[in-house]
Design a protein around this ligand. Structure first.
Ligand SMILES: O=C1C[C@@](O)(C(=O)O)C[C@@H](O)[C@@H]1O
Length: 209
């Protein structure tokens, strides 16, 4: 099980790396000050692969600029990271990011629960510009969750699926067992409702090996 620890503060890196995350996601939209400098500090602290995420407000984050501002912020950061999370609204900038040797985590976050055919269309759209599609949805019933697990199991790999909200937070540990590439967690401050702390995530991953 690949663990992604999502951080908004370079100060938690030393604690986070104790639990051997596979990736560290830097949530640029939840940080203040000189973003490039903070990414550089994190890069100097660890060799663990980094994901840069500048999450739009429309998809649950705090970034409110347009695509041009998004790419002006992300551009200088690509040299320090291994992946960039690119929402469909920013997809036009994906080729330039890839040309800089960075992989694309093509993401979509919705507070709805798409049907299986809709999930397939979303997956195809994300794969059209990204290396790994990431689909985050909000199941409302156990049947919704079972449909997401089945979709994940049957989908082309790699793929990342996850859920929003606390009601089905246990799905964060289950979806990777059926093929989801990552389990997102936090290192003290959740960047999304329902995340487990990385210490818990490591325990879960080790117990479910
Ligand atoms: O897309 C995701 C998943 C996530 O929203 C979660 O639910 O853990 C956390 C985000 O930081 C990350 O970019």
């Amino acid at each position: 099980m690949k663990i992604v620890v999502s951080v908004e503060d370079a100060g938690v890196i030393d604690e986070a790396v104790k639990y051997s995350p596979t990736f560290i996601e830097i949530r640029l939209d939840r940080m203040a000050g000189d973003l490039l400098d903070q990414v550089r500090v994190i890069r100097e602290k660890t060799a663990i692969p980094l994901i840069a995420t500048l999450r739009s407000r429309e998809e649950g984050g705090r970034f409110v600029g347009n695509a041009d501002l998004w790419t002006r912020i992300i551009g200088p950061i690509t040299r320090y990271v291994d992946f960039v999370d690119v929402e469909a609204r920013y997809r036009d900038h994906a080729p330039l990011i890839k040309s800089q040797g960075v992989q694309i985590l093509a993401s979509l976050h919705t507070s709805e629960m798409p049907t299986p055919p809709e999930l397939g269309k979303i997956e195809s759209m994300l794969r059209s510009y990204g290396d790994i599609p990431k689909i985050v949805v909000k199941p409302r019933t156990t049947d919704d969750l079972l449909a997401l697990v089945a979709f994940t199991h049957q989908a082309q790999k790699p793929i990342c699926t996850s859920i929003m909200g606390a009601e089905f937070r246990y799905a964060r540990a289950i979806l990777p067992l059926f093929g989801s590439e990552f389990m997102f967690c936090h290192a003290g401050t959740p960047t999304a409702e329902g995340q487990y702390h990385i210490q818990e995530a490591r325990q879960i991953a080790d117990l479910l090996k």
